[in-house]
Design a protein around this ligand. Structure first.
Ligand SMILES: N[C@@H](CCC[C@H](N)C(=O)O)C(=O)O
Length: 295
């Protein structure tokens, strides 16, 4: 059995195993990824990220055609080994890893473009030591499915939103209802989304808007990972959904409280239409080596 070196990272409690494979020479099987992410027999994480040079990744040609400066590709997998298009917390952890490994530089005010399956994402440092990611365009998608969950007496309507990966956001009536949800069983979405979905349950804070910033509490069940302490793309979808429901006077800056901390979501105009950005912290936790099971 060969050993693999890894770094463990977290971003508002959403945790990741990061492995460096600059030449894309060591792809991991679904079973190997699930074994590394296993919290009892492996490192334990919500997802795994391979750092691959875009020039050596199968999706590299489209990445480099979009942005030739996107040297690094975030090759993201969920804890069960399934592929995801994008991870908002993961991209901040990925940039922290690139910087601390000496694989990239990012001066305050500069931008580091990162390749993902959902296109190139521009990352900047924030004034508080974290990172802000321009998540790009978003769209309503998947209609208004009904969502059932352990703890809800009857299914509730959700709102489908695509922010590079699929989400369904469900509004609950109180903090008690949010706290009492059991998100170990996967929420039931009907009709079933063709590619699955991450499901966010939200409750507006009281007051909803304070000092011009919208505020919302969120819990999430992630596709391929189960309940997590945070989901960056989920926080973006939650803020977009609440703004959509709140109407024309709703703010374009939202603070999303998740079990693992606080992230900021901002909507802003660009030449190609509205973009949405996500900001928050990301830290490396420890390095190690672990035996890699046969593929
Ligand atoms: N935790 C991530 C999202 C990871 C991917 C997701 N589970 C999916 O399958 O789409 C985030 O911070 O956005």
């Amino acid at each position: 059995m060969t050993a693999i070196r890894f770094t463990k990272a977290q971003a508002t409690g959403n945790d990741f195993v990061l492995v460096s494979d600059p030449d894309g020479a060591s792809p991991l099987s679904t079973g190997q990824i699930a074994a590394l992410c296993d919290r009892h027999f492996g490192v334990g994480a919500d997802g795994l990220i391979r750092a691959v040079r875009s020039s050596h990744h199968p999706e590299g040609p489209s990445t480099l055609a979009e942005e030739p400066a996107a040297e690094w590709f975030m090759d993201y997998y969920n804890a069960d080994g399934s592929i995801a298009e994008m991870c908002g917390n993961g991209v901040r952890a990925f940039v922290r890893f690139l910087l601390e490994s000496g694989l990239a530089d990012l001066e305050p005010g500069d931008t580091l473009p990162i390749g993902t399956r959902a296109g190139v994402k521009d990352v900047q440092r924030t004034g508080t030591g974290g990172f802000q990611v321009d998540m790009g365009r978003w769209r309503l998608s998947g209609g208004e499915p009904l969502v059932g969950a352990d703890g809800l007496e009857v299914p509730r309507p959700g709102l489908g939103i695509d922010v590079g990966n699929p989400h369904v956001v469900v509004a609950l009536s109180s903090r008690e209802e949010l706290d009492e949800l059991n998100l170990v069983p996967e929420p039931r979405v009907a009709p079933v989304p063709p590619n699955g979905a991450n499901v966010e349950f939200i409750v507006p804070a009281d007051p909803l808007v304070k000092d011009g910033v919208g505020r919302v509490h969120m819990r999430v069940h992630e596709r391929g990972s189960g309940e997590t302490l945070s989901c960056g793309t989920g926080a973006v979808a939650a803020a977009l959904a609440v703004r959509y429901w709140a109407g024309v006077d709703a703010p374009n800056h939202w603070s999303v409280q998740v079990p693992g901390g606080l992230v900021q979501v901002r909507m802003f105009a660009t030449e190609e239409g509205e973009h949405v950005a996500l900001a928050g912290p990301a830290e490396l936790v420890f390095d190690g080596a672990i035996a890699l099971p046969e593929a």
